[in-house]
Design a protein around this ligand. Structure first.
Ligand code: SF4
Ligand code: SF4
Length: 89
């Protein structure tokens, strides 16, 4: 079962690949079949089950595109990072 929920502010992504390169399990990639309102291929997660909710992607993104929420237990969720600002842990 996935340990986290990733939310992408799709229209803000500029496809810079910083998060793709920084993600330890390498589960982020650009969606090459689609462009966002800015004309960039936006990032998406190809395997949420491998996400560790480390929030490295959220911290490194210069445009605050990614929100990471850690699922602590069934029905209970703790926000570990929102828009790269290091909210809680
Ligand atoms: S939270 Fe960590 S493991 Fe999950 S997508 Fe971001 S960098 Fe990768
Ligand atoms: S989510 Fe952020 S770091 Fe990742 S490709 Fe888009 S703009 Fe770059």
């Amino acid at each position: 079962m996935a340990k986290s929920i990733l939310t992408f502010d799709d229209g803000a992504c500029k496809g810079c690949l910083l998060c793709v390169d920084a993600c330890p399990p390498k589960i982020l990639e650009l969606e090459m079949t689609r462009v966002n309102s800015k004309g960039y291929n936006p990032v998406f997660c190809n395997n949420i089950d491998k996400c560790t909710a480390c929030a490295i992607c959220a911290r490194i993104c210069p445009d605050s595109v990614i929100k990471v929420e850690r699922i602590e237990s069934e029905g209970s969720m703790t926000k570990v990072e929102q828009n790269g600002n290091g909210v809680g842990v």
